[in-house]
Design a protein around this ligand. Structure first.
Ligand code: FAD
Length: 482
């Protein structure tokens, strides 16, 4: 970072918010008079949790953390009023979409305001290939609106029915659609972000092009995203297909063959695959409604355009499999079956956790090009401790394979050893058992985001405790503030 003021001043002289500073709640409530505020214990508890309970480590570490007040702005002027009050009174602010994040991103570590964005849910305009929306819109609602113009989002998390677009961009990475359109960070997927800063006075800043990365996946630590210009693609009546294989090696080979074809054909005559997930037979019994149909076999869950089904099926057969289930999402739901969406990404972990609280998970990116033999070797080595599930995606134009393996949990030491073992195999582990932004991602400080934080959140009020580099450099607290 350039021009960084000297850190580590004594607490009393710190220009930055420090954990333990008292929140003048009565004054804050007076300043926010007329806004939709909830100071009840039940309201604050609801707004202070997310899906970090997937991790036994986070469940323990983040227990009991609560905001002091929940505020639900109805328009951007109200967002600005909250931001200005927080700056004036040095009150921490944690932005919240639907609270489906898995790393405690929405848990306020040091009290203050939980800013519930759910009322900022308007579609402002839809054009050819784009939509301009408010950040609190639920992605399913946006998809419905886009379909009225023959379009849809390029990707969504498996929580599409409940999660907000702002939360996906601030806390998510990729999802259903990424095999076709890449990850959120790939150029063109997000076209513009407008953020409200916590400056005195707050400003509305439009981020375009490469600047979008300043606020993407920053956990709401450097600006409140209020408006989003998001890319759309022509809508497709996706067929949800489940293909079964004699072993997991064959399922992965099929995923690789299909994924390669998608990349190869993406610029000529597209092979329209929107989801490509491989799940091994020790996991499929967790899928309610599908247990009978899958009969404990290794599976590929895919979403395929009608005109691409024949080629998909041909590749399934070449890998030794067959298609066992097919239908639109509506067809599957009508038969009491989960859609392919709900058998993918972190829904797989959720399906297991519904009946088995003894499991947790990891997030692993495999070396490119992907080698299924590495997975076979890992299965042999990890035995019953690790149950495999892979997602095929494009990232930066290359075919990339991520795993979200289930782990039969013993203790934190076991997780550390498994992470080290995956890393020794050349994999990159995105640790889902930490609330610290840098530790869960690329394991390095994002200087661009930190520089933007100095500008957009100069007092360090936004989601404090989530950026280790801020705590260490600005507050002089080694290892963070929890
Ligand atoms: C079952 C399950 C499946 C999932 N599948 C996927 C998946 O496929 N891909 C994926 O990437 N993730 C996935 N996730 C994680 C999560 O659901 C998504 O990232 C989701 O999009 C988050 O949206 P949300 O509205 O719930 O955000 P929240 O959880 O409310 O917030 C996430 C983060 O963004 C910040 N934030 C929220 N809104 C704003 C805003 N307007 N401005 C600034 N910061 C903001 C919050 O402070 C927080 O740090 C999954 C989670 C679960 C539980």
């Amino acid at each position: 970072m350039s021009d960084v003021p000297n850190p580590a001043l004594p607490a009393s002289q710190s220009p930055y918010f420090r954990p333990g500073e008292r929140v003048d709640l009565a004054r804050l409530q007076r300043e926010l008079h007329g806004l939709d505020c909830d100071g009840s214990l039940s309201g604050r508890e609801r707004a202070s949790v997310d899906f970090h309970w997937y991790s036994p480590v986070l469940s323990t570490a983040l227990a009991g953390r609560l905001s002091d007040l929940v505020v639900r702005p109805r328009d951007i002027d109200e967002v600005i009023r909250v931001a200005a009050a927080c700056v004036r009174l040095r009150v921490p602010l944690t932005v919240r979409g639907a609270g489906t994040g898995n790393y405690g991103q929405c848990v306020p570590l040091h009290g203050g305001v939980s800013l519930d964005m759910s009322a900022l849910n308007r579609v402002m305009a839809i054009g050819d290939g784009w939509a301009r929306v408010q950040a609190g819109i639920v992605m399913h609602d946006l998809n419905e609106a886009a379909r009225a113009s023959g379009q849809q989002l390029r990707m969504w998390p498996s929580t599409e029915r409940i999660a907000t677009l702002g939360g996906f961009i601030a806390g998510g990475h990729s999802g259903i659609g990424s095999i076709r359109h890449g990850i959120l960070a790939d150029p063109g997927n997000v076209r513009a972000l407008q953020v409200v800063t916590l400056e005195d006075p707050p400003r509305r800043v439009e981020l375009l092009g490469a600047d979008i990365q300043k606020a993407h996946h920053a956990y709401g630590t450097n600006g409140i995203i209020v408006e989003i210009d998001i890319a759309l693609t022509p809508s497709v009546n996706w067929q949800h297909l489940i293909a079964l294989f004699p072993d997991y090696r064959a399922a992965l080979q099929c995923g690789l063959d299909v994924g390669r074809k998608v990349c190869e054909l993406s610029h000529s005559k597209p092979f329209e695959i929107f989801q490509l997930s491989a799940v091994e037979r020790r996991i499929t019994p967790y899928y309610d409604g599908l247990r009978e149909r899958l009969r404990d076999q290794d599976a590929i869950f895919a979403q395929v355009a009608p005109q691409s089904e024949a080629l998909f099926e041909q590749l399934v057969r070449s890998a030794g499999g067959h298609v066992a289930v097919r239908g639109t999402e509506t067809d599957l739901i009508a038969q009491g079956l989960p859609s392919a969406t709900e058998c993918a990404y972190n829904h797989t972990t959720l399906q297991a956790l519904k009946t088995d609280r003894g499991v947790t998970y990891l997030q692993v990116a495999y070396p490119v090009p992907f080698n299924p033999e590495l997975v076979s070797a890992q299965c042999d080595r990890f035995g019953d401790e690790v149950l495999m599930h892979h997602e095929f995606s494009q990232a930066g134009g290359a075919l990339t394979v991520f795993a979200l393996p289930l782990v039969r949990y013993f203790d934190e030491q076991q997780l550390r050893e498994l992470i080290a073992a995956f890393e020794a195999d050349g994999c990159l582990v995105f640790d889902p058992h930490t609330w610290v932004l840098e530790d869960g991602g690329m394991k390095q400080v994002d200087e661009l985001q930190l520089e933007f934080k100095l500008q957009a959140d100069p007092l360090g009020l936004m989601n404090p405790g989530k950026v280790r580099a801020w705590d260490e450099r600005m507050l002089g607290i080694p290892g963070g503030t929890l």
